[in-house]
Write a protein that binds this ligand. Structure first.
Ligand code: FCB
Length: 416
């Protein structure tokens, strides 16, 4: 009998040449004092329990952040610019703020770091929120006007444009779960938000393609690996199909042929189970038996990233993992998380999926929305009193991976 041929665990997994190694952040989560945004307002009146305050003070300390990015051998960085700062009053664009972002971008360029710029990452100018936010028929038009100003100033300097971050999460958290501003349970508004965001993406995609030479434009989707609770239940398999179509695919359907790459944020798997008392699915409280969870209760399931990559490879477009990370006080957990997920990405590459880069969420421990500062997603610890940054062991590990463009055998032996 021939021996079973298995890859040794100590094999180093080399990534393709020119692979992008980066991290991702968002303006409101790191910059601080974002006073003209809807989030700030809701934090101030106490509806959101936590206050972002100075956050990581990155608006002032962006050079410190860039230094770390260089130190951990990254060749790319995904971050967002804040619409509420750039257009604090409807139709009034702040040139000083734009000068600031120009300096941020220029410094990254100087360091040879590729720029993935997010134009909308959950927060809005307050004036925009007061006009109905993304439920308004004019929302896409307002967004395009803001992007026009951005493109006039930063146009040639941006390598990748992410128009909107996680439209389905945004619509769900604002108008379905009603946790984020304006905390309104209204499914019609959730749908309108989703459709307006798709329209905004299409408009901005066309505009950037008209205005710039060969821009790379996409958006970042939170892609979930869905699974049935019991494989033999046809109904549960149907839930999986429908959930996948709706959550993972529908925004792509609404924006057909308007993406130059796919941006995938992957965090967890969700299992769908038929309720005991009806034909409807439930997701809560059924995953306790799973192996491992993050500090915020998300099921850690590295193989899921392979699944979603295979699923979305049908688009035949370059794919960037625009976010992937774990909330963990225990940094060892993050180290294992990184290695395990990169091994799965490697397998997807071997299976022919065109993955071009990986952006770990996040560079810094930061303001994690309604969860405040307790959820630690960073490769770098930030002392919230003096804003001193300290690279964690997971950051050192990531630096080594980026430097070698590979997951080394020794890492796999330790963490896989
Ligand atoms: C993603 C968000 C990002 C951060 C991570 C943990 O859904 O895009 O801002 O909150 O989750």
């Amino acid at each position: 009998m021939s021996k079973l041929k298995q890859e040794p665990k100590n094999k180093t997994l080399k990534f393709p040449k020119e692979f992008l190694w980066g991290t991702a952040t968002a303006a409101h989560q790191i910059e601080g004092i974002n006073i003209n945004s809807d989030w700030w307002h809701w934090e101030e009146i106490g509806v959101i329990k936590h206050k972002s305050g100075q956050a990581c003070d990155s608006y002032q300390r962006y050079l410190d952040d860039h230094e770390i990015i260089e130190k951990i051998n990254n060749n790319a960085y995904r971050f967002s610019i804040e619409w509420a700062r750039i257009e604090p009053v409807c139709g009034h664009f702040d040139r000083e703020v734009m000068q600031h972002y120009l300096a941020v971008v220029a410094d990254l360029k100087k360091r040879g770091i590729k720029i993935m710029l997010t134009l909308h990452h959950f927060t809005n100018p307050e004036w925009f929120a007061n006009k109905g936010g993304w439920t308004s028929i004019k929302s896409a038009w307002y967004f395009k006007r803001y992007v026009t100003f951005v493109a006039e100033n930063l146009g040639g300097l941006v390598d990748f444009w992410v128009t909107i971050n996680e439209p389905e999460v945004y619509a769900d958290m604002c108008y379905h779960k009603a946790v984020w501003p304006p905390q309104e349970k209204n499914n019609k508004k959730a749908l309108r938000t989703y459709l307006n965001m798709a329209l905004a993406h299409r408009l901005v995609y066309n505009f950037l393609h008209k205005k710039l030479k060969n821009p790379q434009v996409g958006f970042a989707m939170n892609v979930i690996s869905f699974a049935s609770y019991r494989k033999h239940r046809l109904l549960e398999l149907l839930y999986v199909h429908l959930a996948d179509r709706f959550f993972n695919h529908s925004f792509y359907d609404l924006t057909k042929n308007k993406h130059d790459f796919l941006g995938i944020n992957y965090y967890f798997r969700v299992r769908l189970k038929q309720r005991d008392d009806s034909w409807l699915p439930e997701t809560e409280g059924i995953t306790e038996g799973e192996r491992d969870k993050s500090d915020v209760g998300w099921v850690i399931y590295p193989h899921g990233i392979f699944d979603v990559l295979m699923d979305l490879s049908d688009f035949n477009l370059p794919i960037y993992i625009t976010e992937n990370g774990v909330a963990a006080q225990d940094d060892r957990k993050r180290e294992k998380f990184i290695v395990d997920h990169l091994v799965e990405i490697y397998h997807a590459l071997k299976a022919g999926v065109d993955v071009r880069g990986y952006f770990h969420w996040s560079l810094l421990d930061n303001f994690e929305w309604e969860k405040g500062f307790e959820a630690k997603f960073g490769l770098v610890d930030v002392d919230l009193k003096n804003f001193k940054r300290t690279i964690k062991p997971s950051g050192e590990l990531y630096a080594k991976i980026a430097k070698n463009n590979a997951v080394l055998g020794e890492m796999r032996e330790l963490f896989e």
